[in-house]
Ligand binder design. Structure first.
Ligand SMILES: Nc1ncnc2c1ncn2[C@@H]1O[C@H](COP(=O)(O)OP(=O)(O)OP(=O)(O)O)[C@@H](O)[C@H]1O
Ligand SMILES: [Mg+2]
Length: 607
């Protein structure tokens, strides 16, 4: 392994400050950090403005006088366009030390694209992205890269991939003698963090928080689903503890317990966090500033997610009231003009009103606030009363026994949710029903007229990257006429020329929506759905809830979205250590009866 040279102290005074600060900041509470922040004005020695009137750190002239800290990240007047569609124009944003900022907006709005601009993977069409070059950055992408033979612990400690990458950067800089560059400093500090003797212990603790067990650590990562690999990547980021964490929908694949653990962990995180999320509860606990991409604009709101929603409603009410008042005023002026235009004594007054009306800056009628959209898909053929029966099922993965003698029946019209801790066998059970995993003993029987469809948890590679949306839909429903295909795509918000987009450029949520269309275009009467809301925005989730509430078939599903479960489940199956306990009521009934919520909270607090 490469042992990097001890770092020379770079000349940039900010660098020294950052390192003192990092060590100081670790382990501090939010309050203490906030205290730290107040005093950390832009240091005088950095207060040398460059040509644009900005310091190297991005703070404006005078900030140090006001005692404001230097900025980690500034977006100034940034515009990004894809094929004549402007994702956002004139966007401004700042992120400061220890700030918790959320970036929200509907699927396809451009959130992940904005991250790629911050990461300098892509360029804006106009404007600038200014990053404090001494800020170390950690990034969790929306979708995880495929993994190979490395173990879970290797992924999390960076022994696979990351260490090698960092060492390459260090070596190249050292060979060039360029060891005071910010990139060298960044690689060095990340390398230090992963090389720390405590790193492995810290990593294991974090992995456990994310639901891994001791016996998972040395297993190859490729045996785990994308969601679990994502957790291992996330663990690595938390060990490195970069100054600025960029997280693109980190909660998508977390179950309830790890979600609570992660939220608590981030609350005490010493650096700044910029988070893309559709999870309201998660953001409410953590976030202090929200930026929203809406109608190609980036708008800032102070407060957490609920406060943002409130302000948005209030802004809309105000804009609507202002527009209505102006309409009344316009009507009154027009009436006056009509009435007195030909009355000699008042004609000049009428003319002057006319000019006034022409000059008046007209307000636009505010567009209605976004609502859940309506999914249109046909109802399936009816099935018999008993839909599926499992009898005396025995299932094991190698040595690991999951079910021993499981009996289960699902009846027509039920909407059953499977709940239980990680690794309890929820996905396995749904796969047994779907015929996707073999069981060693027992019987699976369908009732009369049952047509089953399985919507799997991992759908990343179910779309052909080079096909367009329309071609992809036709591939799975060749009978469908073009205008019917377009109409169903339209009801899932793929309008007009959108249908000619290639699958490879779709955003996470757009991919999820297309998978739903493919699944529901000719719906089976038994839907088996594993995490159907992953990547969907709140409006799409709401739309899916409305559609599934009207669905006349039978639904068995797994979800980590409490609102989704609550709105749909009529029956709960709790799965733990191979035992399935049914609760014939909704989610709240199950929580009340078992005290599950309190137990989960207690478990998180005890860690
Ligand atoms: N290379 C590209 N060419 C054309 N369009 C693209 C390209 N990359 C992305 N897009 C489009 O830009 C839009 C924004 O994509 P982006 O991934 O930033 O959305 P997002 O806000 O992250 O959405 P989600 O919530 O679904 O993750 C999408 O409509 C996507 O299809
Ligand atoms: Mg995205």
């Amino acid at each position: 392994m490469l042992i990097p040279k001890p770092r020379e102290e770079p000349e940039h005074p900010k660098h020294n400050k950052r390192h003192q600060n990092t060590t100081k900041r670790v382990g501090l509470t939010r309050k203490a950090r906030a205290g730290n922040r107040v005093g950390s004005g832009c240091p005088q020695e950095v207060a040398r403005p460059n040509k644009a009137g900005l310091h190297k750190t991005g703070c404006k002239e005078g900030d140090s006088v006001l005692g404001r800290p230097p900025l980690m990240l500034t977006l100034r007047d940034v515009t990004k366009t894809f094929n004549a569609r402007t994702l956002f124009g004139g966007a401004n944003m700042t992120v400061n030390y220890a700030e918790r900022v959320a970036l929200v907006g509907p699927n396809g709005a451009g959130k992940s694209t904005l991250f790629s601009l911050i990461l300098k993977e892509d360029e804006p069409d106009a404007g600038e992205v200014i990053r404090d070059e001494w800020t170390t950055l950690g990034y969790l992408p929306q979708e995880s890269e495929p993994v190979g033979d490395e173990t879970i612990l290797d992924v999390a400690t960076g022994k696979a991939g990351e260490m090698e990458r960092l060492e390459k950067i260090l070596r190249e800089h050292e060979e060039r003698g360029d060891v005071s560059a910010p990139e060298y400093n960044e690689a060095h500090s990340k390398h230090d963090a992963l090389n720390d003797p405590q790193a492995e212990a810290k990593c294991k603790k974090i992995l456990k928080g994310f639901g891994f067990k001791e016996e998972d650590f040395n297993k190859p990562a490729r045996e785990y689903s994308g969601g679990w690999v994502m957790r291992a990547h996330l663990a690595r980021l938390l060990v490195i503890e970069p100054d600025l964490l960029l997280l693109d929908e980190p909660t998508n694949h977390l179950d309830l317990l790890s979600l609570m653990w992660f939220r608590n962990y981030l609350k005490n995180y010493p650096g700044a966090i910029l988070l893309i999320s559709h999870d309201r509860d998660f953001m409410d606990e953590l976030i202090e500033t929200v930026y929203e991409i809406e109608e190609s604009k980036l708008v800032q709101y102070q407060g957490n997610y609920s406060e943002y929603l409130k302000q948005k409603e209030e802004n809309w009410d105000r804009a609507y009231q202002a527009w209505k008042n102006q309409q009344k005023e316009i009507e009154a002026m027009q009436e006056f003009i009509e009435r007195f235009r030909s009355v000699a004594s008042k004609a000049s007054q009428a003319q002057s009103r006319e000019r006034q009306l022409e000059k008046m800056e007209k307000l636009d009628r505010p567009r209605p606030l976004r609502k859940a959209f309506r999914f249109n898909f046909p109802q399936p053929q009816r099935s018999g009363q008993r839909v599926i029966a499992l009898t005396d099922i025995h299932q094991a993965y190698g040595e690991k026994k999951i079910y021993q003698g499981l009996d289960l029946e699902i009846e027509k019209g039920e909407r059953t949710v499977l709940v239980g801790p990680n690794g309890a066998g929820k996905s396995t059970l749904i796969k047994i029903m779907a015929g996707e995993v073999a069981f060693q003993k027992g019987e699976r029987r369908f009732g009369t007229n049952v047509k089953m469809g399985y919507f799997s948890q991992h759908r990343a590679d179910t779309l052909e990257p080079e096909l367009t949306i329309l071609e992809e839909l036709k591939r799975c429903a060749p009978e469908l006429r073009e205008d019917d295909a377009r109409s169903i795509l339209g009801s899932f918000l793929f309008k007009r020329e959108d249908v000619y987009k290639k699958c490879k450029v779709l955003s996470g949520g757009e991919k999820s929506r297309l998978n739903l269309v493919k699944f529901l275009v000719d719906p089976p009467n038994l839907l088996l759905m594993d995490e159907p809301t992953t990547h969907l925005d709140i409006w799409a989730i709401e739309g899916l809830i409305l559609a599934l509430q009207k669905f006349e078939g039978t639904l068995v599903f797994i979800s980590h979205d409490v609102h989704f479960i609550r709105s749909l489940a009529t029956k709960v199956l709790h799965i733990n250590a191979g035992t399935v306990t049914p609760y014939s009521g909704g989610y709240d009934y199950y929580l009340e009866k078992t005290g599950a919520e309190e137990n989960a909270r207690a478990a998180v607090i005890a860690q």
